[in-house]
Design a protein around this ligand. Sequence first.
Ligand SMILES: [Zn+2]
Length: 453
Amino acid sequence: MQRLLAHADNHPHRNYVVIFDDLSRFARDVIFHFKLRQAFETRGIKPLCLNFNFDDSPEGEMFEGMVALQNQYHRKNNRRQVIQKMKARLEKGYWPHYPPPGYKQVKDPAHGKILQPHEPQASLIREVFEGFASGKFLSQADVVKFLRATDYSNGPIYQEGVRRLLRRVVYAGYVEREEWEVSRRKGQHEAIISLETFQKVQGKLDGKCRVAVRKSDSLDFALRGFLLCPFCQGALTASWSRGRSKMYRFYRCKSPSCVRFNKSVSGDFVDAEFVKLLQSIYPKPGAIRLAKAVVLELWEHKVGSLEQQQRSLETKLKETRRQVDVLAGRVVKAVDERVISAYEEQIAKYRSEGDLLQERMKGLGVSSVSFETALEVVLNFLENPLVIWEKRDINAKRVVLKLLFAERLAFHPKFGFETALKSPFIGLFEQFATKNSQDVEVGRIELPSESGP
Ligand SMILES: [Zn+2]
């Protein structure tokens, strides 16, 4: 319409007739209708309509206004009905809109339309959330860089898009919409990430907490935190750097006073050297038996404490459920709208707290399983460290590291771990081999503390 008016303005000496097939197509509401009529009049444009006669008499104007008002009503009523339907779907936990990135809408006999993870975006989004929560991505700009290097999208990727993505609870399997007064609730669709991961990311975005837990940085930096700079004895930091076509892993010394300041060694090189180091270690049979006994004892202790945590979470969950019941009872009795909405707000808060507790309990289950796996890993490891190192996931690798090396290792950019072997490096096996059993320092064996929640 703007272009039509501009065209008329550019050709002031011509007389135009504009034809509409239906008066409801003329303008979206009454006010706009008459504004447009006026705009036409000042430009000498004559409107014609197939199902309506424009008539400039006072009666004609009144009739035109009534028709425009009726059209406006139909349009608004339709919109309201559409929104009501969408809202009803949302309240039942369905996503009524166009699917967000990483999902597609599929038809399902039981659910009607339901969201389903859509690859490869879904996996990439999971990687983004988990990487952001774990600190693999330090900023949203890192995420942008990461996504641009993948087949996430054919279009451009901007930081604003990433910011919105990281705020969407739909990926944790929930739905909500504030403008429609639909509070956060469990959705019917499959989650891509856990609620706990989502909350961690929100905390980071809000700047409330810096999450230092890095257990999920996948295979990237198994040796993170275990490497020292041989020149200044400071810790080497691990980071990704972007090459021409892919990302590369590096370890760096970050002590400003060090001769090796900001100089990097390739992650691949460090890993290869570490494998050589493992190859040079041979446990003695007596050491294996003793270490197994110690590990088993520690394991039983750990399981006990996991059960305790589980019980305390259960108690908290029961309490939040009781609070919801109490509040729901009060809502029924309350009369004042404001009081009711205050109660409802609190109920929503307790509900999401309850959801979070449940997620954490699930997480505990997972970590106790992974602890058992870890135990198996340790025991197998004692027979053959290298196999475990090369085949298992990062948690297993951490167990290997903690079990085998009492102290952090210096890594020389040229000589690798060679200097480390000569330095005050005490391997568990050396210790077991040289001392008799009464003198063994049990405290040297530390099981991974990050197995807990
Ligand atoms: Zn250094």
